[in-house]
Design a protein around this ligand. Structure first.
Ligand code: HEM
Ligand SMILES: *[C@@H]1O[C@H](CO)[C@@H](O)[C@H](O)[C@H]1NC(C)=O
Ligand SMILES: *[C@@H]1O[C@H](CO)[C@@H](O)[C@H](O)[C@H]1NC(C)=O
Ligand SMILES: *[C@@H]1O[C@H](CO)[C@@H](O)[C@H](O)[C@H]1NC(C)=O
Ligand SMILES: *[C@@H]1O[C@H](CO)[C@@H](O)[C@H](O)[C@H]1NC(C)=O
Ligand SMILES: *[C@@H]1O[C@H](CO)[C@@H](O)[C@H](O)[C@H]1NC(C)=O
Ligand SMILES: *[C@@H]1O[C@H](CO)[C@@H](O)[C@H](O)[C@H]1NC(C)=O
Ligand SMILES: *[C@@H]1O[C@H](CO)[C@@H](O)[C@H](O)[C@H]1NC(C)=O
Ligand SMILES: *[C@@H]1O[C@H](CO)[C@@H](O)[C@H](O)[C@H]1NC(C)=O
Length: 353
């Protein structure tokens, strides 16, 4: 009798612990601030910074909300390759604006680079060259989320701009491909300090934006990936009637331009666009997280914010490292690099590459 009730109560205790542990697993913990960054970094040097960016992006998105997705993805690519150092913006970067041979699945929107450079000009006109292109990119990504209907949040600032762009090989090695499964994604993102909840939350970035057929056509040809919903497949086959077209489609069919949790509802209906999306619902390690985010948008927002703050601080340059670029697409001139025959331009800068 005593034994039986002891057993019953230990089972109850175990269950309680299991529930508490599983809740704690999804509880949002604001990540630590990287040394050298701070939430008040520009308080004296550029107090108008965040207002300038927010207002300008509101204007940009009023005429084309699709640009929000381009800016969010730009920051992701910046941070995953060599850290959030603005290297993605440099001419010569494998994902950069001038890369002619950029493979389709790496294509960032050309307009995103123009928007960042316009922001830089506005900010530097107001505050001189005190704010880095890396910080402007991070703030633009945050505002892309906010102005699309997502959560508002602060990010630590004080990033410096890197001096070198990443090669194609380094870029490819750091960005998981859309055909990756959950095992590959979890392993790849664990190397950068992300846990499975972070991985599922970050993938929720796909609640806005578009993809080219070439990014997911291996799920359509030669035949339907069986994990894909039949009607969803039929519609995609209309958009992508053959291999290698240049057509695009929305990533979240339920609310393509709104930052919400519908992406996870898509996954539960087998309407995720990439294998890397859909497999999060197939894999038992991440399926429950997907379900929780689909049920509870507040929970998704909290975890997304935390994962984004983490992502925005990957391998940042601070203090006197790197520089603050006068032109986001190009490294500042350095007299040490001036070789005979090289001309200084109006800005007293030389192209470094
Ligand atoms: C986890 C691994 C990820 C993979 C495999 C992946 C892959 C891709 C691919 C292939 C595209 C479509 C490119 C095209 O065809 O034009 C895309 C678009 C996009 N991705 Fe990701 N991505 C990942 C993570 C992220 C993260 C962490 C974010 C941001 C938090 C993000 C935000 C976006 C956005 C907003 C778009 C739409 C861009 C646009 O409309 O221009 N992605 N992603
Ligand atoms: C920007 O720099 C110029 C020239 O050095 C200076 O006169 C001006 O006060 C500075 N502006 C701000 C906002 O710091
Ligand atoms: C880039 O990767 C390819 C294939 O993995 C390899 O053949 C090539 O040598 C690499 N290039 C550089 C510069 O590392
Ligand atoms: C992009 O597509 C190319 C060619 O289809 C493929 O070789 C490469 O692995 C893909 N890379 C990524 C990151 O998706
Ligand atoms: C995931 O992809 C990797 C690399 O392609 C492969 O080796 C592995 O077997 C896949 N895992 C599952 C569970 O499909
Ligand atoms: C997609 O591309 C094909 C061929 O490139 C074209 O015929 C077709 O009309 C396009 N479909 C859509 C929905 O844009
Ligand atoms: C795909 O189409 C592009 C032009 O849109 C072409 O340059 C490329 O060679 C094609 N690739 C294949 C594998 O057919
Ligand atoms: C949704 O998640 C939030 C944040 O973790 C939590 O406070 C709230 O209780 C959850 N709502 C429901 C209905 O479970
Ligand atoms: C920035 O640099 C690029 C070349 O990398 C150049 O085309 C562009 O005109 C420059 N912008 C400004 C404002 O100097």
């Amino acid at each position: 009798m005593a034994m039986a009730s002891l057993k019953a109560s230990s089972v109850a205790t175990l269950l309680l612990f299991a529930v508490l542990i599983s809740l704690r697993g999804l509880e949002a913990q604001t990540p630590p601030v990287a040394p050298g960054l701070s939430y008040t970094f520009y308080q004296t040097t550029c107090p108008q910074l965040q207002t300038i960016i927010r207002q300008q992006l509101q204007t940009v998105f009023n005429s084309d909300i699709g640009q929000a997705a381009g800016l969010l993805r730009l920051h992701f690519h910046d941070c995953f390759v060599q850290g959030c150092d603005g290297s993605v913006l440099l001419d010569g970067s494998a994902s950069g604006p001038s890369e002619k041979s950029a493979i389709p699945n790496l294509t960032l929107r050309a307009q995103a680079f123009v928007i960042i450079e316009n922001l830089r000009r506005l900010v530097h006109n107001a505050c001189n060259r005190t704010v880095s292109c890396a910080d402007i990119t991070a703030l633009a990504a945050r505002d892309a989320v906010v102005l699309s209907g997502g959560p508002n949040y602060n990010i630590p600032l004080g990033r410096r701009d890197g001096l070198n762009f990443a090669t194609t090989n380094v870029t490819l090695a750091n960005l998981p491909p859309p055909f990756a499964n959950t095992t590959t994604l979890l392993n790849s993102l664990a190397l950068k300090g992300f846990n499975p909840t972070d991985v599922v939350a970050l993938s929720g970035g796909h609640t806005i934006g578009i993809a080219h057929c070439t990014s997911f056509e291996s799920r359509l040809f030669p035949s339907r990936d069986p994990t894909m919903d039949q009607t969803f497949f039929n519609n995609l086959r209309t958009t992508c009637p053959a291999l290698n077209t240049t057509n695009t489609t929305f990533m979240d069919i339920r609310s393509p331009n709104v930052f919400d949790n519908r992406y996870y509802v898509d996954l539960m209906n087998r309407q995720g666009l990439f294998t890397s999306d859909q497999d999060l619902y197939t894999d038992s390690r991440t399926r429950g997280i997907v379900t929780n985010f689909a049920i509870n948008q507040t929970l998704f927002f909290q975890n997304f914010v935390n994962a984004m703050i983490k992502m925005s601080q990957l391998s940042v340059l601070t203090g006197t490292q790197g520089e603050i670029r006068a032109n986001c697409s190009r490294r500042n001139g350095n007299d040490l690099f001036i070789l005979p025959g090289m001309e200084k331009n109006d800005d007293e800068k030389v192209a470094s590459y």
